[in-house]
Design a binder for this molecule. Structure first.
Ligand code: DAH
Length: 344
């Protein structure tokens, strides 16, 4: 064993590696978990007590020699790497970070919020699981109204009727919560997710997003409604976008209207997005029905208001020319990374 140690000592002393790889081979050979130092200590266990006395010291010296040599050479090679890095051309451009992008629906929702915030609207939210009162009854839905039907609504308890709990079918429920819990004036927009029992296709989904708007005060008129929404459209789609209002029906507004804008794709010339009519519908609106105000404890003789509701998917489709709703919930990175990010 003494002989073996002498031989290894000579080898370690003479070792002069050309690079870090050779040093690593050296480390594995002598100091690795299956290396020669370990091996020698194993052999040492079965030597006689006399041998142990002399060999113990020699063996420890050899171990320190190998470790010391390795440490020294390692520091030498590590320093070489640092110098090489420092000598690189520091004016070369960096590698850049892969930054994620915001979801298109978030971009558009934020844009809508920004526009209304500048008009003094606050943002409010409500629960996605709603009772019949907030989703339907307070909003003046007659009990036999087809929107309460199983086809449209995901009921959680009971299948319709006054005691049922459901996934909200629209954000109009937040209007009710807001009016019940405060005093006029109200000026708020209410973004959120809504659910309908629809088969998933390019044009329909079982969940989507809406932004609800509500403005209640003394002397609020239909002219205020028109001007607010007109301004909104100019901000969102650009100056010169035309709007038109068509009479419509919603249980919670009277009178009610649907608002169209000149097609953002063909600028009114006619294309398949606007079905060659030059106009596309973007929202429902109207003057808050006095029954709704009274249901929420607001004096309908003193106060009037307008409300509107729009689908964020629809607004986004028109802005980015997206024709398949399913893209919004598939999380395909090839789709998502096409949208500019405002994350910095
Ligand atoms: N809640 C309606 C829907 O989901 C949209 C809507 C229409 C909201 C007219 C309103 C409104 O506030 O006044 O289709």
């Amino acid at each position: 064993m003494q002989e073996q140690i002498d031989q290894y000592t000579t080898e370690v002393e003479a070792f002069n590696p050309a690079n870090a790889d050779e040093l690593e081979t050296f480390r594995i050979k002598f100091l690795g978990t299956k290396g020669l130092v370990k091996d020698l200590f194993e052999q040492f266990k079965s030597t006689t007590p006399e041998e142990k006395r002399t060999l113990g010291k020699v063996l420890n010296q050899f171990k320190q020699l190998a470790e010391g040599k390795y440490q020294l050479l390692k520091e030498h090679f590590d320093a070489q790497i640092t110098t090489a890095t420092a000598q690189q051309d520091l004016t070369l451009p960096g590698e850049g970070f892969a930054v994620g992008s915001r979801h298109p629906l978030s971009l558009v929702r934020n844009e809508i919020i920004d526009i209304f915030k500048r008009l003094g609207f606050v943002v409010a939210e409500g629960p996605e699981i709603e009772d019949d009162w907030h989703n339907f009854s307070a909003l003046n839905f007659p009990e036999e109204h087809p929107a309460r039907d199983m086809q449209d609504t995901f009921f959680i308890t009971k299948d319709g009727g006054k005691d049922s709990i459901a996934l909200r079918t629209h954000t109009s429920s937040v209007q009710v919560r807001m009016m019940e819990s405060g005093k006029p004036p109200f000026r708020a927009i209410m973004p959120g997710r809504v659910y309908r029992n629809e088969a998933i296709s390019a044009r329909a989904h079982c969940f989507f997003h809406q932004v609800e708007g509500l403005y209640v005060d003394e002397n609020v008129s239909f002219a205020d409604l028109k001007q607010t929404l007109y301004h909104f459209v100019q901000e969102l789609y650009g100056e010169g976008t035309k709007v038109r209002f068509r009479p419509s029906y919603f249980p919670f507004t009277e009178p009610s209207a649907e608002m169209d804008i000149s097609c953002t794709i063909c600028k009114g010339a006619g294309c398949n997005m606007c079905k060659y009519s030059g106009y596309v519908e973007i929202l429902g609106c109207g003057m808050v029905d006095p029954n709704v105000l009274e249901n929420c404890g607001i004096d309908s003789k003193k106060y009037t208001g307008f409300a509107f509701g729009m689908g964020i998917e629809r607004i986004t489709n028109l802005k980015y020319v997206i024709r398949d709703l399913r893209l919004f919930s598939e999380n395909d990175v090839r789709f998502l990374k096409q949208f500019k990010t405002d994350i910095v």
